[in-house]
Design a protein around this ligand. Structure first.
Ligand code: MN
Length: 434
């Protein structure tokens, strides 16, 4: 099917500023609460949010096989279940409706009043009900940095790393949208040199610069997804901050891997950018040596995406400093390989499942995707614009990720995921015993 929603020449009758992440070529999908407290599925052009539920009720999707309430829902799961053919029909139709040359909605003031919202009139929600969440560990630079710090620089990668997209099963209950503040976690740690563990607030709270992809219903239990088909089951991508507590992680992770250091919070950008919208920004992914086993060897779709990533750190009462710049293209394992590997044993993948890339570090020290690497485990503090220093994240700090692609004058972006770290949770006063 043609991808006319990607036409770089198309302009919208909705105002889009020059450096917007959301030109008419993007057409991401999200869920928001409107000024009337109605929850709906929507898209966004420039700084205007568009109520797809209302558009559908007004007949603008006539001719596309959609159930009446497909957009009147508080998650995108059912729409994602409809499959790639439907996503493309809807995206192409939205491009037509908002084309500068199309007067149908443009000149209908009553309809515009119902359908269009300013961003300050809406509240973004989690875009999907995440059934299962998996986090990979697929940046060679990140795995090498961590291995060098905690093991031996000569053997930084463990023997399996170049053969398997290493991953673990995380927890979806603590995934939050951008804007939700996060408490510093409490937990067990064992200070350097001590014999016994102590309990208290984590002292080494960190971010992980990641992206995540969201799947549709992909297979039956027992049925692997071939690597060359895997991308057909990926709806789109978001920015993903996998908040981490390094001191808790260090004590707890043997022998079964990450646990409480990783599941206190992870945050996503609220607009899912479809793989279709990202198609013009394909780029080579790193050469894989040794060659992967046949089930991980793609005949096609072995390309990655050129997505610029930035991390800003803002202390409570001063300005933000950009502390890292990386790119999704550095990922050693592709999303198709991750999904093929995930299902090679027959593991079932559902609509709304989320798969994190793992921390995306690039080759240079400015491109590292965590404080752990940027400060080399606290040995090289980061200088902030206001003169302060940071080894890890402090209470009141806000961490913001941004991501965008640019090519031939078109910019497609993800907006941001931004969350503030609060002090540890204080139990509510118990009023039950008067
Ligand atoms: Mn992670």
């Amino acid at each position: 099917m043609s991808q006319n929603a990607n036409d770089p020449q198309r302009k919208s009758w909705i105002k889009v500023t020059e450096n917007s992440d959301f030109p008419i070529q993007n057409i991401p999908f999200g869920v928001f609460l409107t000024r009337d407290d109605v929850i709906t599925i929507g898209t966004r052009i420039g700084d205007t949010a568009i109520d797809l539920g209302a558009l559908h009720q007004l007949g603008y999707f006539d001719g596309i096989p959609l159930t009446d309430d497909i957009f009147l829902q508080d998650t995108l799961n059912d729409f994602i279940s409809d499959g790639k053919k439907t996503w493309r029909l809807v995206r192409n139709r939205i491009a037509e409706i908002f084309d500068a040359k199309n007067p149908k909605l443009r000149d209908n003031e009553d309809h515009c009043r119902i359908v269009l919202f300013d961003l300050d009139e809406i509240e973004m929600q989690l875009p999907v009900q995440i059934g299962d969440y998996t986090d990979f560990y697929s940046s060679k630079e990140h795995a090498t940095n961590v291995g060098s710090m905690f093991r031996d620089p000569e053997h930084a990668l463990l023997p399996n790393w170049l053969h398997i997209p290493v991953g673990y099963h995380g927890r979806s209950s603590s995934i939050v949208p951008s804007g939700i503040p996060i408490h510093r976690p409490m937990g067990q740690t064992r200070p350097a040199g001590a014999e016994e563990p102590i309990f208290g607030p984590s002292k080494l709270v960190d971010f992980e610069l990641e992206m995540a992809f969201i799947t549709t219903d992909a297979n039956q239990l027992g049925e692997p997804i071939p690597v060359d088909e895997a991308e057909d089951y990926i709806f789109g991508m978001v920015l993903f901050n996998d908040w981490s507590a390094r001191d808790i992680q260090k004590w707890e992770y043997v022998p079964l891997g990450p646990f409480l250091a990783k599941n206190f919070a992870s945050a996503v950008s609220p607009w899912i950018v479809t793989l279709d919208a990202l198609e013009p920004f394909r780029t080579e992914s790193p050469t894989q040596d040794p060659e992967p086993l046949p089930y991980l060897k793609a005949k096609k779709n072995n390309k990655s995406f050129d997505i610029n990533l930035e991390v800003e750190l803002k202390p409570a009462h001063s300005e933000a400093t950009t502390i890292a710049k990386s790119n999704f293209k550095y990922m050693y394992w592709t999303m198709a390989q991750q999904l093929a590997h995930h299902t090679i044993n027959g593991c079932k993948v559902n609509s709304g499942d989320m798969m994190g890339s793992g921390t995306i570090s690039g080759p240079s020290p400015e491109s590292y995707g965590s404080m752990l690497e940027l400060t080399w485990n606290g040995q090289k503090p980061i200088k902030m614009k206001d003169g302060a220093e940071r080894k890890f994240i402090q209470d009141g700090d806000t961490v913001t990720f941004k991501g965008y692609c640019t090519k031939n004058g078109v910019r497609i972006g993800f907006g941001e995921v931004s969350n503030t770290l609060l002090p540890p949770f204080q139990p509510k006063k118990n009023n039950n015993h008067k």
